[in-house]
Ligand binder design. Sequence first.
Ligand code: ZN
Length: 523
Amino acid sequence: MAADRDSSPNSDFLDDWDDLDFPDDIISDRSRRVNVDTRPQRGEAASTPTRRRPPPAGRHQAPARHAAPARTAAKRRLASSEPIPAPARDQPSGQKHRPIAKKRRRRRLILCLSLVFVVAAAFVLHNLLVFRVKDFQVSSPAADRQVLSWKSAGGIEAYDIFDGDGELLAEVSAEDGPQYMVDGLESATRYTYSISAVNSFFGKRLSRAVTCSAYTLPEAVSAMTALNSGTGVLLSWEDCGAGGYEVEYADVSGEEQTLDAKAGDAEGFSIPDLQEGAQYMFNIRSFIQDGDSRVYSGWTSSEPITAARAADMTGVRVDEPMVALTFDDGPDYEDCTERILAALKEYGGHATFFQIGIRSADLPEKLTNMLKAGHEIGCHTYDHAHYGDEVTPDDILSADDAIEQACGQRPTVFRSPGGMTTDLIRSVCVDEHMPIFYWSIDTEDWKSRNADSVCKAVMNHVKDGDIILMHNVYESTADAVERIVPFLAEKGYQMVTVSQLVQAKTGKPPVPGTQYITANITN
Ligand code: ZN
């Protein structure tokens, strides 16, 4: 702590004091003088030695440690009116210049080190931030290709792109743009890439690799079929190996509905409770799950479909021969209907009964029995009084009401008296969601009233897909049916309703307002 001592005025003073040649009486009172009062006391001579008296000649020089600082010495000279000598270069005061030079050298060193640090920091920052590739990602994904893109930066000559195994895929020059397309990929597969920048300043040295990964899209659904199913629609499509499917359609109010379908739903996905007669178009896309998000394919759309009530196809073998037996003008007031129903029941057959409204109102139990046995009930006008152009909308509507009243179910199909159809009839049938059925075999049972004749008409001409016309109001017809039904069963014909026939043969329910002559022939 020599410096502290040298720079302390109190210690300087004490050192100087030690160098003075005081009389013993004064020395004995030294501490009091120093600490209390240095002014001359009363009675003391003005020439009483003080600390300001110069040392006597011939006294030894004080050691450098005890040398008074220049400021103290100057004060002393001032007090003793001595002239102030010019400081010599080699005097003790020159020792002050050495720390200053040291300080300058130290400053220069710090400056140099700072510069080195700044350059190094700039180098590191450039390497870490600028030279590193940014925003490396997969954009514009597809099922069989991926486009890699990134943000270009100055000073980069090229980019090396590697696949997930670290194999070099491509070296893309900076001029080719900050993107690269990888094609020939598998669909619905996750691919990983990494990219490094190459800078000529560093030779072939690469920057730190940046990685990204993404799924290729799943395959889009190649085709979708929409079929009426009950009062809904049954969708089916080719399973493309996706994790799941998303089905979209607009309901009657125009509001978009979205449903999730599982991978196993491709063979049949039911959309229930659609409005009968309303037209729908369905869109579907596949997806794979990627964490919490989904990767979607493009959309595939179905053909527009009019929701119609579809037949229950339980027990129908669509690839085997079938015919539709149809009975008009009933129900009868005798037991013809019961005999026909019994014959069909014995052979597991079903038929369609186009009934008259007023008779249905009289004989509701017969209609109820038909429905219970799985047969189909059609409308044949209210009282069979009008034909062709004479048929009024009320002839149809009041019959529908009477039949619904009788058995609890509105007719699902229509046959005009005599088979004559008009635009008005078709229009009413569209509104009532009823397809119209003519026939391909007319037994003329009403004319012949002969069972043999009726049997011949069927047995000699029947073929797959026929619609056979009879009436459940003649005993002769009931006789004929009791022979025809076993015959058809033996020949391998299924006996089905008209709606089942068309749906089995065309894959779709019959269309309201359209008249069918056979399953495949309309007019
Ligand atoms: Zn009739």
